[in-house]
Design a protein around this ligand. Structure first.
Ligand code: NAP
Length: 448
């Protein structure tokens, strides 16, 4: 039996932490990665036509030595995030530059500078080894992993760690990501796994859930108050689907935008009353590549008012170039536009008169600091937020899974089984699962 099979068997038979710590680690493990020598493979090809199935490979890679503040985790499941799409299509730039820069920082950083980049910024699994400086975790702990990779010896990391000079996203700006059978992470990325969720349900949340928590709830970004209305673009997407849950939980009024009747129905089933189907409405915010159409912004504003009787105090903004002008326009006087991304293009245009004359604010947000990621994980543990898992792939199908996200074919989150041999494993607290509600937990799996 291979050492990876022995580890899986031990996990499934409920072996103790000591037993797991005594099992040998394999010298190599299965992982999904892109190759440095393929960075130029798509010169002149349109983004849409770049197919992650060609650039994402699944094969054996050597297991690196761990630093004193790190842990090796057996990854039971992982998930696709949009950053894996960006890495796999080498846009807006190749991620090998990030690895080179990290490689220059320290001896431990140098391990990351390799001719392959193991991707993936979400995972659930079991701790197998901890470095000598790790105090709060031990082999056998069942965990999920958040992707904020910061150096806690850097003073700039200690107010809001998202402001740290060397803040990175694990599996995007670092190597040894979560789409693999094993991963190497900083111990401060570990969080307790919600005991009522399966491995794949637990694996799909941390990146998007934490991002949306900061955008909507945190004082560092949205700081939403009860009764505020929030326009959520892509409201059944990865971050949007957690965003609407935080708006509802906080006593706000979500106005969800989606692009199909099926997605509208899904939103209603989540308890979102006010939904706009942008495809049905046919908004054309851009007349051509260079000119926006204010009358179309106005039409969206009218549609929002006809639903909720007022303008939105906040916009949850991430599509970027296609929507940003409209987002600024429809925000109420003194309202705020919270932006964390620019899927449709990052060279943004909006009419500044609508911003300054009405004292609106654009607030940037990026992932979440350690405390925010824990607060978002606690919401999952408490059952006040539920996973958005809609589809599950095998690790070998990582490219196919990434393509479905790239082409906006997936709702919520797309999971990937790594060591877990099948779906449905890993539930440690079935009573609490019943209390949270099977229907709520599996809504996207059933309806999407
Ligand atoms: P996702 O699961 O693909 O969902 C995005 C949703 O946005 C889609 O479901 C789609 O919904 C909507 N959308 C796409 N293009 C649009 C357009 N041109 N106009 C209006 N709506 C559009 O992706 P995600 O995980 O939510 O991530 C969204 C973006 O945020 C990505 O660019 C990602 O890289 C970024 N992100 C940033 C952070 C951060 O920390 N800064 C964290 C997570 C994600 P409909 O078609 O139904 O309208």
């Amino acid at each position: 039996m291979s050492s990876t099979d022995a580890i899986l068997e031990a996990i499934q038979s409920g072996a103790s932490g000591d037993d797991l710590a005594n099992l040998p680690l394999p010298e190599s493990y299965r992982a999904a990665f892109v190759k440095a020598d393929e960075q130029e493979m798509w010169e002149g090809v349109e983004s849409w036509d770049k197919d992650p199935r060609q650039s994402l490979h699944v094969d054996e890679v050597p297991l690196p030595e761990i630093a004193p503040d790190e842990a090796v985790v057996a990854v039971m499941a992982s998930a696709i995030n949009f950053n894996t799409v960006w890495t796999s299509i080498f846009e807006p730039l190749s991620t090998f530059g990030f690895l080179k820069r990290l490689g220059k920082e320290s001896v431990w950083g140098a391990r990351h500078d390799l001719p392959y980049h193991i991707v993936g910024s979400d995972a659930s699994g079991v701790v197998l080894r901890t470095g000598s400086a790790v105090r709060n975790w031990k082999p056998g702990d069942r965990v999920t992993i958040h992707c904020n990779h910061v150096d806690d010896q850097d003073p700039t990391a200690h107010d809001d760690s998202m402001l740290a000079a060397n803040q990175r996203i694990w599996g995007f700006e670092t190597n040894f990501g979560g789409l693999a059978d094993l991963t190497v992470v900083k111990a401060n990325q570990l969080m307790p796994k919600p005991a009522h969720l399966t491995w794949e349900e637990a694996a799909c949340n941390a990146l998007c859930n934490s991002t949306s928590y900061r955008m909507i709830v945190s004082k560092h970004a949205g700081d939403m108050r009860q009764g505020e209305a929030v326009l959520v673009w892509g409201a059944t997407g990865g971050i949007g689907g957690y965003g609407v849950q935080y708006v509802l939980n906080g006593g706000g009024i979500p106005v969800g935008v989606v692009s199909s009747p099926e997605r509208a129905e899904l939103l209603h089933a989540m308890g979102v009353e006010h939904v706009i189907d942008r495809r049905e409405k046919g908004y054309k915010f851009w007349k051509d590549e260079h000119t926006q159409d204010e009358s179309e912004w106005r039409r969206l504003g009218k549609d929002i008012r006809s639903l909720i009787g007022k303008d939105v105090e906040m916009v949850f903004e991430h599509p970027g170039r296609q929507t940003f002008g409209a987002s600024v326009f429809v925000t109420a006087r003194a309202g705020r536009i919270i932006t964390c991304a620019a899927t449709s293009g990052y060279m943004i245009e909006y009419d500044n008169r609508h911003l300054w004359m009405k004292l609106k604010r654009i607030i940037s947000s990026h992932f979440a600091n350690y405390a925010e990621a824990w607060a978002a994980n606690q919401a999952l543990i408490d059952g006040s937020v539920v996973p958005l898992l809609s589809k599950v792939y095998e690790l070998e199908q990582t490219g196919e899974a990434a393509l479905s996200v790239h082409h906006n074919e997936a709702e919520g989150k797309v999971g990937v089984l790594c060591m877990a041999p099948t779906e449905g494993l890993g539930i440690d607290d079935p009573e609490f699962r019943d209390k949270v509600g099977e229907d709520r937990i599996t809504l996207f799996r059933r309806m999407a």
